[in-house]
Design a protein around this ligand. Structure first.
Ligand code: SAM
Length: 176
């Protein structure tokens, strides 16, 4: 059975071309609709000066750097991802920015942090790739302070609409 590249987001380092996933995320992040929902997600998470924030499945760390601008030098934003390749790119992109960020290779199902370590926690399009999303969410809840915010964004592929003339091709793509 052929595994689609979307399904491989859970094990990027085992693929032949981990950089494909970096390019995929960069292309997605360039779209106005992704930028718009990300703005809204950060509004809801509302990171503030001096806070500690965790990004689960941080990918290239673009959201980590964005949130680090909001928490400032007195805060800290930590990105965790199970892909060494992604964490490598995240460190590269943060180099020279002087932002208060850290990146770790780690598993969403067993976050390597003590309970209540963070003021808030984000997961953007990560939980769909984790084998047990409920457990990952329980982990995010554990490491977030009581009363802290958790923001999660996921895609509902059942409602995906592709506006093209070739319906047969569109169905093939959606079902692949
Ligand atoms: C679609 S990308 C989203 C990246 C980033 N959140 C963004 O919005 O650009 C999903 C990310 O989750 C990571 N990931 C997948 N399964 C994971 C797991 N079990 N634990 C930690 N990270 C995981 C992938 O390596 C990938 O970087």
């Amino acid at each position: 059975m052929q595994t689609t590249r979307l399904a491989q987001f859970g094990s990027i380092d085992e693929t032949r071309d981990p950089d494909y996933f970096v390019r995929f995320l960069d292309a997605a992040c360039a779209s106005a609709s992704v930028q718009a929902y990300k703005r809204r997600l950060l509004e809801l998470l509302d990171p503030r000066g001096g806070q500690r924030v965790l990004d689960v499945g941080c990918g290239t760390g673009d959201d980590v750097r964005e949130m680090a601008k909001l928490v400032g030098a007195g805060g800290l934003v930590v990105g965790i991802d199970n892909s060494q390749a992604m964490i490598g790119v995240a460190w590269q992109r943060a180099t020279g920015t002087n932002l208060a960020v850290e990146f770790h290779v780690g598993e969403a199902l067993a976050l390597p942090f003590e309970a209540g370590r963070f003021d808030s926690c984000l997961a953007d399009r990560s939980l769909m790739h984790v084998p047990d999303a409920a457990r990952a969410l329980a982990e995010m809840t554990r490491v977030t302070k009581p009363g802290g915010r958790i923001a999660v964004y996921e895609v509902d592929f059942e409602t995906l609409v592709i506006d093209v003339d070739d319906r047969v091709l569109a169905r093939k793509i959606v079902n692949s």
